[in-house]
Design a protein around this ligand. Structure first.
Ligand SMILES: Cc1cc2nc3c(=O)[nH]c(=O)nc-3n(C[C@H](O)[C@H](O)[C@H](O)COP(=O)(O)OP(=O)(O)OC[C@H]3O[C@@H](n4cnc5c(N)ncnc54)[C@H](O)[C@@H]3O)c2cc1C
Length: 463
């Protein structure tokens, strides 16, 4: 990966807007740029692009949408912004939080019109959000979101080039990107010129060296993201003198079944589930976010934990992303008694029995435990019991290129590079500079809304 300055070729093909990366950020940027008029080319290194987007739940948080209004949910961009900042202790980039929360409802409406899809408001209030504001397509999941985007890109004449790994950028003396070089297969090298380049290559969570450099505390976490998250945008932008921000931020998850990389809904914890270690002991407040809890799970014997709950919570899980798949794959264990469940999961029986007795006693009293988690009588754990072995994993990074509210990449002095735009995981996110700052939905909010805004900026610069 390099920036080539001295040998800018004569490009036989030039496209006004080139987008690198066909995840949510790249697809949205391409669609939004195309909406304004000119030609767009999307390059992705994978033969069948999915990005991390396909691994996500496909739920986009937005405030003030029609779906919320029809359910008489009182919400606003300001309210939404407050929730994001509360999670990061006020350390999220203010200009991005404001821009994305303000534009989220508009982006959902625009997606519905442009892609001919319909977003539903997902039941329930995710931890850290003050109202229900997750929006998803009927069949849920990041894959269906991407499929809708790809269908529309094709229908709108946007050329998508899969299997095209961008290796180099051609940059002139004024720091203007003049084109890119990509590799197809083992042999073929292709150069294409552009007026504006959009970097939508996600972050660096899949690059062990960069994780060790920027996030040494989490380098022991298994990686459960997309292999393309190699931090390519960082390398190019660094060569061009761009600034980076929030490099200590990350998105981890404390309830991932490995090696299947199946992320189980953390919302089951707010329903009353608990997490124990092999000794049957709880080790934290499960109502804190799944990202910051990851380091607690990592600190347990063998770096594993077990989610323990009952039939009521199991039923709730069946309506949530990934959980039915875990059931079908036989990952969820059931026990008529705690003894049976402990045996099938390999947990210390008496430890588990004591822990459940304690949380039920707290629930009976509507009391709080020493970790600060409140328990409620309606959430007592009653047999039959369910459980699953999980671990924590690194899903993505939240630091990246410094950008303005429209996605233009900035230098350390705050001025914008002439024609470089970034969105999604390639850019700094909304979670501040620590793992605990990640509020559920921040990843897709930055990719979807950030992508939309970046596409419009790219169009303004290019056409
Ligand atoms: C398991 C998992 C679950 C998640 N769940 C959620 C969730 O429920 N809610 C949420 O908000 N977020 C979630 N996230 C985070 C969310 O998926 C990401 O923040 C978001 O999808 C990032 O979108 P993106 O377009 O920036 O990156 P991606 O979707 O990863 O797309 C980047 C693309 O760039 C391509 N690329 C990279 N380098 C090059 C190159 N040099 N040349 C060409 N192409 C390149 C890659 O192949 C890839 O297709 C989850 C992430 C994971 C891993």
């Amino acid at each position: 990966m390099a920036v080539i300055r001295d040998r800018i070729p004569h490009f036989s093909t030039s496209v006004p807007v080139v987008v690198i990366g066909a995840g949510a950020a790249g697809a949205l940027a391409a669609l939004a740029a195309r909406d304004v008029g000119g030609k767009v080319l999307v390059l992705d290194r994978d033969a069948s692009p999915t990005g991390a987007t396909a691994y996500s739940s496909g739920m986009i948080p937005a405030a003030g949408t029609r779906a919320q209004q029809s359910r008489e949910i009182d919400d606003s961009p300001e309210h939404f912004a407050q929730d994001i900042q509360a999670k990061s202790n006020g350390r999220s980039a203010k200009h991005l939080v404001e821009a994305y929360t303000r534009s989220a409802a508009e982006t959902i409406d625009w997606l519905e019109r442009t892609c001919g899809v319909s977003f539903e408001l997902v039941e329930g209030t995710p931890p850290g959000h003050s109202v229900a504001r997750m929006h998803a397509l009927a069949d849920r999941g990041g894959t269906s979101l991407l499929s809708a985007l790809y269908r529309t890109l094709a229908a709108r004449g946007v050329r998508m080039q899969p299997g095209a790994c961008v290796t180099d950028l051609f940059v002139d003396g004024e720091q203007r990107v003049r084109g890119v070089r990509y590799r197809r297969g083992e042999q073929e090298i292709v150069d294409v010129g552009c007026s504006v380049l959009v970097l939508a290559t996600n972050g660096f969570a899949g690059n062990a060296d960069l994780v060790a450099k920027y996030l040494p505390d989490v380098r022991a976490l298994p990686f459960a993201g997309h292999a393309g998250s190699q931090g390519d945008a960082l390398g190019w932008a660094d060569d061009m003198g761009a600034a980076t921000e929030d490099m200590d931020g990350f998105q981890a998850h404390s309830s991932v079944v490995m090696p299947q990389r199946l992320q189980l809904p953390w919302a089951l914890m707010t329903e009353g589930a608990i997490q124990v270690n092999r000794l049957g002991e709880r080790f934290g407040n499960e109502h804190e976010g799944y990202s910051e809890s990851a380091l607690f799970v990592l600190a347990q014997p063998e770096g594993i934990a077990f989610n323990i709950y009952d039939e009521r919570i199991h039923e709730v899980g069946l309506a949530m992303p990934n959980y039915p798949e875990a059931v079908t794959r036989g990952l969820i264990k059931r026990g008529a008694t705690l003894r049976d469940l402990a045996e099938s999961l390999g947990i210390d029986r008496s430890g588990l029995e004591q822990t459940v007795a304690l949380v039920n006693a707290l629930a009976f009293e509507d009391d709080m435990d020493d970790f600060g988690r409140p328990f409620h009588a309606s959430q007592m754990l009653l047999g039959p019991y369910y459980g699953v072995q999980v671990t924590s994993a690194l899903l993505g990074t939240e630091g990246g290129l410094a950008i303005d509210a429209g996605g233009r990449v900035l230098r350390p002095d705050g001025t914008a590079l002439p024609n470089l735009v970034a969105a999604g995981g390639a850019a700094r996110g909304l979670s501040g500079d620590a793992g605990g700052g990640y509020l559920e939905g921040n990843g897709l909010l930055a990719a979807v809304v950030g992508g939309y805004l970046a596409g419009r900026t790219a169009a303004e610069l290019a056409y």
